[in-house]
Design a protein around this ligand. Structure first.
Ligand code: ADP
Ligand code: ZN
Ligand code: ZN
Length: 738
């Protein structure tokens, strides 16, 4: 790039600014007339003119040369922050990620900011809104308010000092009416309250068992960056190890980052950390309001929060004194962002720890094959917790061959018998079926009509309780037809089974036994917590659930888990399907039982002799993983190679295929040494939400080679002409081939 010197005078400079737009370009602006450019630190927000409008930009640095003609440079309109929102190390991490995943830097940076701060909003005052007495109010005697006891109580309370709603509502009840009345009299006024943090006395930790102590010692013995795989079954005490390490880090005055798949599902963890550490923590997840989110994010950035507990996007939380990173349930798919900026928070967590020079702990009962492979090669230190912390036995896995067996509501006779025995004995049983709705197919027995989605290559799922057919891919719904839409005969039948139908059949098999169904349909509107509490209390001898139940909940009363129909995992189109299946089985199994009552897991299958299933039964997840890794190695699939998936979609199959064909030509022009290119091929579900989708897979045995190629290819692709209604996106290290 030749570049132009910015101005005639020496020392003239411009500001390089990132904008929240889907372009890989950065923009140069002159500093505002009255501001010294070097006073605007990188990470500061500015308001800039852009086209005919104005936008928020993030300053990345000061430049002395620009590609634009200096006369055409426009000036920053306003500097929005007194201090930078992001530190140089935060910016560098995001820059690294944007480079690696080939995503526009501006979007990546703004995506890391709380939504409020992507707009030209001033920072919120972190103090809670409360009330205080006005001078007129101070002159009042609460005794003069005999007629209005609540107003008198509020007045008396505020004489002790300004107060925010928690204090004002605590023992006084709802004060809003009284406050309104007092404000109308001019005796109280709103204000911001300086919080006095409630002192927290950290609870004492448990005495560690030898394996936990060993794991702890190994991490403590390393200084600087090191990645650890904490490989331990559910209930083996991984969290206890995290807590000790966090305590160390906090005692040293540094901060910890703990990433979990879904916070809504694990509120216990938040309480457990809070109770143990007694240190200010910030929680970051998608369920927060904008205000809460900004305050939590800034508490992390200022260092006021010693610990950040968050989901995927918290990997970008600014943490000036980062000393430890923990990724719990590291195998979980939700760490991978599946649209837009498709990053893996788990992989970035490792990168982040490396940059910060601190340890990172990846914990799981069912580690991803990628992580296991790194541990086997010694890149990660492999720590094992083999027993359940309290000494409970791991559950036993039995297989029922259902080929040619009569099934009653999808349940084999053996399973029905065993379920009955457990229920009679006063135990709890869990039936796992990873398909919600009543049935996956509605068909006409006469002509063979099948209810399909008009927008997707997908069947419509029958939902009887909500009385409709729904597409689980695009959300389209229609009423259930009374007769066949094709032949008008009255012989429509539901084929296959979802949790709704299972619930109905089980109710018929075990009449009068209380039952809870836990899936996405039955837990709308915050009912999940209530159902789970009831389940743990033992209100429901029978539990039916989808993979929602496989995450984070301990169900100690469950002695028998029946897993129905996971066979598609053994022969799925996606080479990762068996890995996901094994993880699901082991995770579901891990929820069951406790010390004196170990759980038994029964798997119904049509492929009892499948080698991966056999390995899982005889040697648990470790044996399964060994077999699965051997298959991956033989097929040169990840982690033995590295992939990027280019997806395209268009209004016609041709649009998508053409776009990818031209991308493939570009790729061949660059040269494909060391790379393999597959496709373009139609996506496994070609039509989805009226879009035709195709994909092109690029694979290399060496990550660096793939990265070098992408660095040339992607910028060239950005200049490809894209037909109207079509678009493409790149997924580096794809986790799903959808
Ligand atoms: P994980 O995170 O591996 O699922 P947890 O740390 O949650 O396991 O531990 C499971 C249960 O065992 C918890 O109830 C925990 O309090 C208990 N526990 C963990 N470590 C110990 C220990 N050293 N001694 C006694 N109980 C323990
Ligand atoms: Zn018909
Ligand atoms: Zn659809």
């Amino acid at each position: 790039m030749a570049g132009h010197a910015v101005g005639p005078g020496s020392g003239s400079v411009c500001l390089r600014v990132a904008l929240d737009i889907p372009l890989a370009t950065l923009f140069d602006y002159l500093p505002p007339p009255d501001v010294e450019p070097t006073a605007i630190a990188p990470g500061t927000r500015v308001l800039v003119p852009f086209g005919h409008g104005r936008r928020v930009g993030l300053v990345l640095g000061v430049e002395t040369a620009t590609d634009r003609h200096p006369d055409r440079l426009r000036a920053v309109l306003a500097v929005l922050d007194l201090q930078p929102l992001l530190a140089p190390s935060d910016i560098e991490l995001i820059r690294w990620a944007a480079d690696y995943y080939r995503h526009p830097l501006g979007e990546a940076l703004f995506g890391a900011l709380p939504a409020r701060l992507r707009r030209p909003e001033p920072l919120l005052d972190p103090r809670p809104r409360g009330w205080r007495l006005t001078p007129a109010g101070q002159a009042q005697d609460p005794k003069g308010l005999r007629q209005a006891p609540r107003q008198a109580a509020v007045l008396a309370r505020l004489r002790l000092g300004e107060a925010a709603p928690p204090d004002l509502t605590g023992d006084l009840g709802d004060c809003s009416g009284a406050l309104r009345a007092l404000a109308a009299k001019g005796w109280v006024e709103p204000c911001l309250v300086d919080p006095t943090p409630a002192p927290v006395i950290p609870a004492a930790g448990l005495e560690l068992n030898p394996e936990q102590a060993e794991a702890l010692a190994r991490v403590r013995a390393t200084s600087g960056f090191r990645a650890f795989l904490l490989d331990g079954v559910t209930g083996s005490g991984k969290t206890e190890v995290y807590l000790r390490l966090i305590q160390d880090v906090l005692a040293a005055g540094r901060q910890a980052l703990v990433l979990v798949p879904e916070i809504g599902l694990t509120p216990q963890l938040e309480r457990r950390i809070q109770a143990r550490l007694g240190a200010p923590m910030a929680v970051l997840h998608s369920g927060l309001g904008e205000r809460e989110r900004e305050l939590a994010w800034r508490a992390a950035a200022s260092g006021a929060a010693a610990l950040v507990l968050g989901t995927r996007s918290a990997v970008f939380a600014p943490l000036p004194r980062l000393g430890l990173v923990v990724v719990d349930e590291e195998h979980d798919l939700s760490f991978k962002q599946q649209d837009g900026f498709r990053y893996s928070a788990r992989d970035l967590a490792v990168r982040r720890a490396q940059r910060a020079g601190c340890p990172v702990i990846l914990g799981s009962a069912t580690p991803s094959l990628e992580t296991l492979h790194s541990a086997q090669r010694g890149r990660y230190t492999w720590l094992h917790l083999t027993g359940r912390a309290g000494g409970a036995q791991p559950p036993r896995l039995d297989v029922i061959d259902i080929r040619a067996q009569p099934l009653d509501g999808g349940l084999s006779r053996v399973l029905v018998r065993d379920l009955g025995a457990e229920i009679t004995a006063g135990n709890q049983v869990l039936l796992f079926l990873n398909r919600r709705g009543f049935a996956p197919i509605l068909t006409c027995h006469d002509c063979g009509w099948v209810g399909g989605c008009p927008h997707c290559d997908a069947r419509l799922t029958l939902h009887l309780t909500r009385r409709r057919l729904a597409c689980h891919h695009c959300g389209w719904v229609r009423a259930i037809p009374e007769v066949c839409p094709d032949c008008a005969k009255d012989d429509l039948r539901a084929l296959g089974q979802g949790t709704e139908r299972l619930e109905e059949e089980v109710a018929r098999l075990f009449p009068g036994v209380p039952m809870a169904r836990i899936d996405r349909d039955s837990t709308r509107g915050g009912r999940l917590a209530r159902l789970l509490e009831g389940a743990r209390r033992g209100d429901f001898p029978i539990l039916i659930g989808t993979q929602m139940l496989a995450k984070g909940h301990h169900l100690p009363g469950v002695t028998l888990v029946g897993i129905l129909d996971l066979d598609q995992g053994l022969y799925g189109a996606d080479y990762r399907a068996p890995e996901r299946m094994a993880q699901l089985i082991v995770q579901v199994a891990g929820r069951a039982g406790r010390a004196e009552r170990p759980g038994r897991v029964v798997l119904q299958t049509r492929h009892p002799d499948h080698p991966l299933l056999a390995a899982l039964r005889s040697g648990g997840y470790a044996a399964f993983a060994e077999g699965a890794l051997a298959e991956r190695r033989a097929a040169l699939l990840p982690p033995f190679s590295h992939q990027a998936l280019l997806r395209a979609e268009g209004r016609t199959p041709q649009d998508a295929a053409d776009l990818l064909a031209r991308a493939a030509v570009l790729a061949r022009d660059i040269g494909l040494t060391g790379l393999a290119l597959w496709g373009p091929v139609p996506a496994p579900m070609e039509r989805r939400a009226w879009r035709y989708r195709a994909q092109l897979l690029i694979q290399s045995e060496r990550r660096a080679e793939l990265q070098t190629f992408l660095a040339t290819w992607v910028p060239r692709m950005r200049s490809l002409k894209v037909p109207a209604g079509a678009r493409w996106s790149l997924d580096v290290d794809p986790q799903e081939m959808l």
